[in-house]
Design a binder for this molecule. Sequence first.
Ligand SMILES: *Cc1c(COP(=O)(O)O)cnc(C)c1O
Length: 513
Amino acid sequence: MRDVRLDDRATPLDLTPEEFAEIGHRLVDDLAALLGSLRDRPLGPDVTPDEVRAALDASAPIPEEGMDAATLMRDTTRMLIEHSLYNAHPRFFGYVTAGAAPIGVLADLLASGINPNVGGWALSPMASEIEDQTIRWISELVGFPVEGDGVLTSGGNLANMLGFYAARAARAGWDVRMHGLRSEDAAALRVYASTATHTWIQKAADLSGLGCASIRWIETDVVERMNVAALRAAIDEDLEAGHHPFMVVATGGSVSTGAVDDLPAIRELCDAYDVWMHVDGAYGAFAARAPNVPEELRAISAADSVALDPHKWLYAPLEAGCVLVRDPSALLAAFSYRPEYYSFQQDAKNYFERGIQNSRGFRALKVWMQLKQAGRSGYVRMISEDIELARRFFEIADAHPELETFVHALSITTYRYVPDDLRARTAEPGVATYLNELNEQIQARMEKGGDAFVSNAVLGEIYALRMCVVNFRTRLEDVEALVEISAELGRAADATLRPDALRAPAVEDGAYE
Ligand SMILES: *Cc1c(COP(=O)(O)O)cnc(C)c1O
C-alpha cells in the first residue's frame, strides 16, 4: 500500500460538481415527468416476482469494477419507474398509504445532501432545532400540549413502541430499566388493547419481555370501538388477581375501518386507575382538528402519549413517524443513557436520548417543509377533503344496485360487490361464502389491472373491500371511477366464477317473450 497516491485521490465514488449537477438535473426532470403523468399511467406493473428479478438481474454477483455514474442513474431510474407500484396515484386506495408530496421528495434530497446526524445537537445544530420545531408544530396541529416532548421515528410501529416503553418505565412501579421484569417487586404487568389494535402491540409486548400473554384483548362493538365497560371489568379482574395494569392502548382511527375509540371515557378510566393512556393515532391523529371527524378524536390531546405517522396523513415520503408524550421527561426517563464518549450540550435536545436510535437521519426536514408549504389550514383542508371523498364514495356506492356498503369512518369506506340477483340471499351460507370468494377475486383483479387499488377488511364473516383516501391527488372523478371499476370487475368475475348451484333457477316457460 505504500506506493498508493494519497495526496490527490482519484476515488471511484466522487463526482465533480459539474457531473453531480448534470446527473441531478436529469433525475429531477425524470421525476417531474413521472409525478406529472401519474394520472395517465397504470398504478402498478402486472408482473411476477420472477419477472422483476429478471429485470434486476437479481442473481448477478457484486460488480468487481464500478461503472459510469450517469448511465447508472439513468438505468436505475428507468428500472424503478417501470417496475414500481405508485402509492401517489390518484386511484390508490389501499391500506393507509400516502404518496409523497413533491416538496418532501426534494427535502429528502436536501437532507441527504447536508447529511446531519440528528442524534446529537452538536452534529446537527439547525437540523436538531428543526426537528424540535416540527414536533411542536405537530403538537399544535393536532391539539396536543406543546409543553411535552416527542421524537420522529421510522413510522407508526416504532412510534407506538416508544410510547409503550415510556409507559412501562413510568408506570411499572419499580426500576424496570435496571431490574427488568424479574425484580422482587415485580407484579405481572398488564396492557389493555382492543381487538382492533394494530399488530405493533404484539411486537412491543414480545420484544419488551412482557410477552404477548400480558396483553388483555378488549372486545369491540360492531363498528370496532373498544368496549369501555369491558375494559374496566378486565382491569378490575387483573387487580383482583394481583396483577399490575400499567397501560391502555386506545385507537384513534383503526386500520381496518377507521374506528375511533371513546377517548374521553378511556381517559377518565385511566385517571381512576392511574394507568398510562396511549393513543395509536398512526392513521387518524392528524385529522383531530378537521371539522368532519368524531368529537372523541379531539381527546388525543388528553393522552399520555400519542403515536402519529407523517408518512400517512401528512403525505411525507417514507419514512416518518412521530411519538408525542405529555410529560416532558417521559422519553428521557425511558431511553436516556449518557455514555462518557458523548460530550454533548445539555442546553439543547440530543435526540439519541429520546428513543432507540443512535445515529439519526434528518427525516424532520421533509415534514417541516411540508408543514411550511401547506400551513395548518392547508392541512386541515386536505385532510377534511380526503374524508369527504370517502363519504361521497360511500354515498355513490350505496346507491349502486350491485354494491353493498358497510361503514364510512374517517377516510375509509368498506363495501363489496353483490350480484343483483343474490342481493336478497346474502345470508344463505353458500351465497355468503361465494361472495367472499368473489370479492377477494375482485380485489386481486383490480390489483393486476392497474386502474385502481383497494385493500380489504374482514367484518365478522364478511370479506369486504376497503377504500381509504390519504391522497391529496385524489378527486371526485377518481372515487366515482372506483365505483364503476368495482362493479365492472364484479360482473366479469361473477360471470366466470359463480358455481352452478347459485345460478338462478331455470326460468319458467314463457318468461322471456
Ligand atoms: C399504519 C399504522 C400503524 C403502523 O405504522 P407504520 O408506519 O406502518 O409502521 C400502526 N397503527 C395504525 C393504526 C396504523 O394505521
